[in-house]
Design a binder for this molecule. Structure first.
Ligand SMILES: [Zn+2]
Length: 298
């Protein structure tokens, strides 16, 4: 909350700060661009509304424009001598901030030198699907620190306001979440090698940390694809079944170690007896936080 709402507004208020030189102003601009880029990339906007992130960019643009106008008016105070050290420092800090910004942008790229698997989107219903966690950095994907599921994605669905659930109110029943009870389809052709279907759905924000969740694992050519947190009693395949891509498997629930209803998906390959997560290309895309996949109606 602080990083998404408090700090940005403090930064925007700085536009009224009396910049004593163009370098002061440059520092403000590079700092705010750097912070907003980081926020734009790393915040899980779907928790509030994905439309907010675009609004923030517009506000940032306006604030830079306004500060530029204010600064031009203060031009006469610029030409003081004996200020070279602070000036050099300001330039160095500004350049560093731009370098940091380019690092943020870099985490959005797909991983290189890792063999991945191509999968279909496991949903077919009309609507807007959204990646809550995913990508090749901890800042956008909390799974990333775990070798077993580092390239995992958590998929939810957005309502008309661009959020995963109703925004206000203290309690959030599971059926308030747009993704809850959505039919999950197999993202690949393969063999079902594991099914767990005996766990209950957890209430919102009450994960069962001792269990992964109800799940289906599908194997193809040594790659195992995990689909987790399924709704109890919804799984329609059995261990040993061969499934086609696009075949119905289950429904989205909130079983096991899950904060809110979503579909967790990851793929592993065994290397020297250890299951290691590999990149997934869903409909050709390496999905990361804030990616959106729309399915249009008929
Ligand atoms: Zn997950």
């Amino acid at each position: 909350m602080i990083k998404m709402f408090v700090i940005p507004f403090l930064i925007l208020l700085l536009v009224y700060y009396p910049f004593r030189s163009i370098l002061n102003w440059l520092l403000y601009v590079t700092f705010s661009v750097s912070y907003f880029t980081w926020l734009y990339i790393t915040a899980a906007w779907g928790e509030y509304s994905v439309y907010l992130k675009n609004m923030y960019l517009i506000i940032l643009g306006i604030s830079i424009f306004l500060s530029c106008i204010f600064e031009v008016k203060r031009e006469p105070t610029l030409h003081k001598k004996s200020m070279w050290l602070p000036r050099v420092l300001l330039i160095i800090i500004s350049i560093l901030q731009l370098i940091i910004t380019s690092y943020f942008l870099n985490i959005l790229k797909a991983p290189e030198n890792e063999r991945g698997i191509s999968l279909a989107l496991p949903f077919k219903s009309t609507g807007t699907y959204y990646i809550l966690h995913g990508g090749k950095n901890e800042a956008i994907n909390y799974h990333y620190t775990d070798l077993f599921q580092k390239h995992a994605i958590d998929i939810v669905k957005l309502n008309k306001l661009g959020a995963t659930k109703r925004l206000f109110g203290s309690s959030h029943p599971l059926n308030e979440f747009e993704i809850y009870n959505e039919i999950v389809y197999s993202p690949l052709r393969g063999k079902v090698v594991k099914v767990v279907d005996d766990l209950i759905d957890q209430p919102y924000k009450s994960p069962d940390k001792d269990h992964l969740g109800n799940l289906v694992v599908i194997e193809r050519q040594g790659v195992y694809v995990y689909l987790m947190h399924l709704k109890p009693g919804s799984i329609v395949v059995r261990s040993g079944d061969t499934v086609e891509e696009g075949q119905e498997l289950a429904r989205v629930g909130n079983s096991g170690n899950s904060f809110e209803p979503h579909l967790h998906m990851h793929a592993v390959r065994k290397e020297n007896g250890t299951a290691i997560s590999i990149p997934m290309y869903v409909e050709g895309r390496y999905l990361k936080r804030n990616d959106v996949i729309g399915i249009n109606g008929p």
